[in-house]
Ligand binder design. Structure first.
Ligand code: FAD
Ligand code: NAD
Length: 480
């Protein structure tokens, strides 16, 4: 193997593999180093997202949806089923086979594009040099490249009051691989992971309690939307305790007693499994040699500018290891942007203001742009309009008529500032809002577009009409 490249990418998660493939498409001689391994010392590509994040969690979410639907919702359609039973091993096997297909697909794409796939550990030494320690036990090699992209991703934050034992106290990776449905499940953190995995196991039958340190729920989501989501999740059986400060855990006889304080009073919660989901941190520990010339910021992320350039002119960093939301699609777009910059394209920056966020519960929460509380805090002169899925024919036909679309727009220019949704297929509907925001659309633009009937997206249309108090399927607000 030649040891000189145009580009070496460290990490083959969504950020790294997008960068490597795009760079190879553009004619750069590219290698990608990945340390996640299968049993035969082959690199397993796709990072957190494909292996222990986005994809396996959605595979389980879908199973949990079918389970609840079959047990409780088919009867209303006149479909009688009995003896519904869950085979957890089969559910996990399905999840694994989806993950394997996708990760092997990335290996195939690397081969097809001529990306050199290097299994092992990568470390940036500085001076255009990368140390690669192969997975097969051979000694470390020094590789050289004109450009380096660091895409090492993130890892779960651990807290000393709930130390992981990978049996009863686990992180998100452990929670994607339980061998049976826990009877009682505890989760620390009501963020995205806590809600997604908490609701998966809750829907499969676990009595689930989430302990959240803060008093606010989904703080980046519009308050109208997060309030409705919270009400629904509680009705579905998720017990979320806010203002809970965990002080310690005791493990005995396959159960965990969690000690926490609420309003100054000591409380306990006893569960069979405890998931710690209190955030993720950048995985920079073994990536950079002293003197690499790559600086970290005050929170431990690799410091980059708007084009993902680090303090070392030949080195870029992308994805979870740098500032911004820890989202796969954000990492992917940064990867493509940087590969194109390195290849000499003129694309300048990404639009960080228009990145969709989705919480994959059922129904889903999704948003892009400003919430009403953010518009208020920024001093914007704004107007809002909301419409409920309860008045939408398609949602009713599907028995999914729960939730709301809310639009926040500028009072004078009519420009859409944000769209926040709780409801069926919110993750798909939000993309219409993303396109509208990217194109600088006004509320009037959305009002004038013809939406297919019957469709869930009509709720977005009616919310746009509601901004000007002219929604058809809703009583008008009192005019001043
Ligand atoms: P990663 O995916 O973490 O990849 C980094 C890669 O670098 C890893 O494969 C790692 O092994 C490798 N690496 C690190 N250091 C080295 C080294 N020194 N040498 C060689 N290789 C190295 N995001 C969404 O947008 N949608 C979702 O639905 C979603 N669901 C999630 C569910 C869960 C349970 C979790 C945990 C995360 C989820 N995320 C989701 C977040 C998403 O997974 C991350 O934002 C995304 O994976 C970040 O991509 P990345 O390329 O920056 O890093
Ligand atoms: P998060 O930041 O979304 O939520 C963590 C929650 O834990 C917060 O509400 C926080 O207040 C709470 N918390 C922190 N310390 C606590 C403590 N000691 N006791 C009780 N509560 C505490 O983090 P996460 O849920 O771990 O997710 C990590 C990242 O993964 C997120 O940034 C997210 O972007 C990404 N992710 C995205 C998706 C998605 O896009 N659908 C899904 C899963 C994960």
């Amino acid at each position: 193997m030649n040891d000189t490249f145009d580009l070496i990418v460290i990490g083959a998660g969504p950020g790294g593999y997008h960068a490597a493939i795009r760079a190879a498409q553009l004619g750069l001689k590219t290698a990608c180093i990945e340390k996640r391994m299968d049993g035969k010392n082959n690199a397993v590509l796709g990072g957190t997202c494909l292996n222990v994040g986005c994809i396996p969690s959605k595979a389980l979410l879908d199973t949990s949806h079918h389970y609840v639907h079959t047990q409780h919702e088919l009867a209303a359609h006149g479909i009688q089923v009995s003896n519904v039973a869950l085979d957890v091993a089969a559910m996990m096997q399905r999840k694994m086979s989806i993950v394997e297909k996708l990760t092997q697909g990335i290996s195939g794409l690397f081969k097809a594009n001529g990306v050199e796939n290097l299994a092992g550990h990568g470390k940036y030494l500085g001076n255009k040099k990368v140390e690669w320690t192969p997975a097969n036990g051979e000694g470390a090699k020094i590789l050289t490249a004109e450009h380096i992209i660091i895409a090492g991703g993130s890892e779960p934050v651990q807290i000393s009051v709930a130390p992981l034992n990978n049996e009863t106290i686990v992180d998100s990776t452990g929670a994607l691989a339980f061998a049976a449905v826990p009877k009682r499940l505890g989760v620390i953190g009501a963020g995205v992971i806590g809600l997604e995995l908490g609701s998966v196991w809750s829907r499969l039958g676990a009595q689930t309690t989430i302990l959240e340190a803060q008093d606010v729920f989904l703080p980046l989501t519009d308050e109208t939307i997060s309030r409705e989501a919270l009400r629904t999740f509680k009705k579905q059986g998720l017990d979320i305790i806010f203002g809970a400060r965990v002080t310690g855990c005791e493990t005995a006889q396959q159960q965990v007693m969690v000690r926490y304080e609420k309003n100054g009073e000591a409380q306990t919660l006893t569960v069979d499994k405890l998931i710690v989901a209190v955030g993720r941190r950048p995985a920079t520990q073994t990536l950079l040699a002293p003197g690499s010339g790559v600086n970290l910021d005050e929170r431990g992320f690799i410091h980059v500018d708007a084009q993902c350039k680090t303090s070392n002119p030949n080195v870029y960093a992308i994805g979870d290891i740098v500032r911004g939301p820890m989202l796969a699609h954000k990492a992917m777009e940064e990867g493509v942007m940087v590969a194109e910059l390195i290849a000499g394209h003129k694309k300048t920056t990404m639009n960080y203001e228009v990145i969709p966020a989705v919480v994959y519960t059922h129904p889903e929460v999704a948003w892009v742009g400003m919430s009403e509380q953010e518009a208020k805090a920024r001093g914007e002169n704004y107007k809002v309009g909301s419409f409920s899925f309860a008045a939408n024919g398609r949602a009713m036909a599907a028995q999914e008529n729960m939730g709301t679309v809310k639009i926040i727009a500028h009072q004078e220019t009519d420009r859409i500032l944000g769209v926040h949704i709780f409801g069926p297929q919110a993750s798909e509907i939000i993309m219409q809002a993303v396109i509208a925001l990217e194109f600088g659309a006004s509320v009037e633009d959305l009002q004038l577009i013809i939406f297919a009937h019957p469709g869930l997206s009509e709720v977005l249309h009616e919310a746009a009409l509601a901004v000007d108090n002219k929604a058809i399927h809703m009583a008008p607000r009192k005019r001043k």
